[in-house]
Structures are given as C-alpha cells and as structure tokens.
Design a protein around this ligand. Structure first.
Ligand code: NAD
Length: 387
C-alpha cells in the first residue's frame, strides 16, 4: 500500500512507518559517529515526551551514544487497519526495534504524562528495566520534553488548554505557508488573564516538579542524578508572540521550577535552537523566521537539527567530564548560542526584510522547512521507496 501525506492547514494528519523508521535510523547513525562513551554519562535515562522532536533525539543519544537503559513516556495514537499511527508511535516502534537489535534495554509507555497513573507505571517500568539490565534502579538523567496543548490537573481533574497569544496588546506579523511559500499576515488578540494562567498550567514547570517528586518518593533518583527541560527564547522580533506572550510566561515558570528542583537535584532549563517540529509550523512569524534562519545557518555551515543539538547538549554541556556545566547568568544551558550569534541574527533579519512573493524560494529556505516537516512525519526521507 502506498501512503500519501494528508496535510490540512500546515498540519499533517498521518505518517509513514517506513519513513519514520529510516529517519530514526539516520539519527542513530549520527549519534554513533558523534558521541563517545563518557565516564559520567547516564546509565539509566527517563525521557518524558520521548517520541518526537527534542525528546526523541534525547532518548536516541542516551541509548546509542552512551549505552544507557532508557524508559520513555509519550502520548501517541497507535496504528490500526485504517490509520498509519502518529509519527511518534512509529518512531517509538522503530526505536524499540533498533534498541533490541543493539542489545539495549528500553521500555516505552503510552499514556498521559500529566496523570498520577502514568507516573506510577513509569516508576514500575524503571524498576523492571533496571532489573533486566542488571543495574540499580536509579535514574541518572530525567529529560522533560513535553509539548502539549492541554493538561488535566491530576489533583482537581480540571482540563486546562494552552494558547499562543500576545499579552497586553494585539499581535500582527508576516507568516509563511510552508507548503506553498505564500506570505500572509497573521494576527492574534491579547490573551485574557485566564488564558495566561491556563497556559502556565499546561506548559509551565508544575508537572516537571511532580515527576521529580514521584521519582524521589520511590527512591529512584541516583545521588548524581540531573534533570533538564527545554525552552526557547528566540530573537526580539518574535518576542511579542513568544517570549513576552503566553508561552514565554510558561517558560518563565519552567525556570522557576528548575530553581525549586535544584534545591534537591541538579536541574537545568536548556534553551534550544528554533527547529521544525510538529508545533513550530503553526506559530505566526516563526515559519518565516526559521526559513530565513536556516538559509543563513546553512550558508555559514552552522545548521543543526534536533539530533545535532542534543549531541552537543550531552557532549559539550552535561557530560564534558570536567564536572561543571556551562550556563548563562540565569543558570540556563544555552544551545541557541549559534542561532543567537550577532552575525547570524543580522543576516537573518536583513533577509526577512528582503523577502517578497517573487523571491521567497530563493531568499528563504522554505523548501528546507517543508522538507524537515515532511521528514518529521516520515515522508520524503532519503533512501525510502515510497512506492
Ligand atoms: P514535539 O511535539 O516534537 O514532542 C512532544 C512530545 O510530548 C511527544 O513525545 C508527545 O508524545 C509528548 N506528549 C505531548 N503530550 C503528552 C502527554 N499528555 N503525555 C505524554 N506525552 C505527551 O515537541 P518539541 O518541539 O520537541 O518540544 C519539546 C520541548 O522543547 C518543548 O518544551 C518545547 O517548547 C521545547 N523547544 C522546542 C523548540 C522547537 O523549535 N521545536 C525550540 C526550543 C525548545
């Protein structure tokens, strides 16, 4: 059966199992070449949000770079007779299969990470995985990489929804249709107080803290354990909709949580590069910015995807062997250092100013944006026979 991408409004509704498997294998090959065993590297890793984007790259890097036992949690729709399964489902299947071939112990759980039930199931899975690998049931690294539009509070049962909106003013900016290269204006109304609070509830640090508490309570954290959650800051031109908007408030709360967790266990927020994942295609201005940024970074030989970013996070920040982790003045790890370089930003902003309907395919890397988006769903992956 030949599977064609079903795309509506920059959202892809299906995925390609063999394409997802090939993309997972490509990431594994990159890690094997670029990450060497390190004495302090994690032996047991938990990744919350393990199936796509930064979380998948974090799991692949820990397993195939360091030989770590991995337990992964994600919320994905399984394949059925009529449905291909979400990309994350197919990535998990591919990861498990490659891990088994390589003799690596791994357990994947599918369910709502915000719930008490999945936290309890994960604690049991950690014990099981450790027993199978013959190592102590002590997690050395907890990666918190959730991106979700909704969260049910496990205590109150209330469902909260997150929004991407500016605060205190209207937002209007140029955006770019990744499929057709059409430029348009996107606007958003300011968020209400309730929407701000709800977005913090969903994408802030509360659940990260609950995960660490649950693991601690079960005695599952090693004395040297550390945890990392991912954030984004981006250039000033996106701040009205991102950093100073509802999502930015949630990310501020993530930083609050990291300081709180840090009182007992080493915890960092790591600021990552803007990348094409399932979420970034639908945030106004971001597709245009990313398309120009990618063009510039590729020309300068500085371009990275999720896997390159995570390998650099492990190799050059968390597990350097020096015992210390380089951070900025606010205890954040910065992997957006290349993106935020003055020369990169200057060239990107200049380019954004030059883009017109006529030159969009030559001045921007909208083709690369689309390619990454398709690959994230298992389509257009090099070497896969789609017929
Ligand atoms: P993604 O959408 O690719 O992955 C999200 C993961 O969360 C998936 O594994 C999904 O299954 C899981 N998930 C969502 N809801 C869940 C639930 N209720 N229970 C269990 N699992 C659930 O996201 P991403 O782009 O890799 O983002 C991960 C983190 O990195 C986010 O905090 C994001 O803000 C941050 N980040 C992203 C970018 C970017 O450009 N994409 C840049 C910097 C930081």
């Amino acid at each position: 059966m030949s599977i064609k991408p079903m795309i509506r409004n920059n959202i892809c509704l299906n995925s390609h199992p063999q394409g997802c498997a090939a993309a997972v294998k490509n990431q594994i090959e990159y890690v094997k070449k670029n990450l060497q065993a390190a004495e302090t590297a994690p032996k047991l890793t938990l990744v919350v949000g393990c199936s796509t984007g930064y979380g998948l790259a974090s799991r692949i890097s820990a397993a195939f770079g360091y030989g770590s036992v991995t337990v992964g949690v994600s919320f994905e729709k399984e394949a059925s007779e009529k449905y291909t399964g979400t990309p994350g489902y197919n990535n998990n299947v591919a990861f498990e299969s490659e891990a088994e071939k390589a003799g690596l112990v791994s357990i994947t759980l599918n369910g709502d990470a915000f719930s008490n039930e999945i936290k309890a199931e994960t604690c049991n899975a950690i014990k099981q995985a450790a027993a199978k690998a013959g190592i102590p049931a002590k997690v050395d690294l907890v990666v918190y990489s959730l991106a979700s539009p909704v969260r049910t509070d496990p205590k109150s049962g209330v469902l909260y929804k997150s929004v991407i909106k500016p605060i205190g003013k209207n937002y209007s900016g140029t955006t770019l249709g990744m499929m057709d290269g059409v430029l348009s204006t996107a606007s958003a109304e300011p968020a209400t107080e309730e929407e701000i609070t709800n977005t913090i509830k969903v994408m802030g640090g509360e659940d990260w803290e609950l995960w660490m508490e649950a693991l601690d309570k079960e005695g599952l954290l090693s004395s040297s354990s550390c945890t990392v959650a991912y954030s984004y800051i981006g250039p000033e031109l996106s701040w009205d909709i991102y950093k100073n908007g509802t999502i930015g408030k949630a990310k501020e709360d993530l930083e609050r949580a990291s300081l709180e967790i840090n009182k007992k266990h080493k915890a960092w927020v790591s600021v990552m590069k803007a990348l094409v994942t399932r979420s970034s295609a639908v945030i106004p201005i971001i597709p245009l910015y990313i398309s120009c940024l990618f063009k510039v970074m590729k020309e300068m030989g500085l371009h990275e995807g999720c896997i390159e970013q995570i390998v650099r996070l492990y190799r050059d920040r968390l597990y350097t062997g020096s015992g210390s982790v380089p951070v900025d003045g606010e205890n954040r790890i910065r992997l957006d250092d290349w993106e935020m370089r003055d020369d990169v930003q200057k060239a990107t902003v200049e380019r954004m100013g030059r883009v017109t309907a006529e030159n969009v395919f030559t001045e921007t890397d909208v083709a690369g944006f689309k390619q990454d988006f398709m690959e994230a769903h298992g389509f257009e992956v090099a070497g896969v026979n789609y017929n």
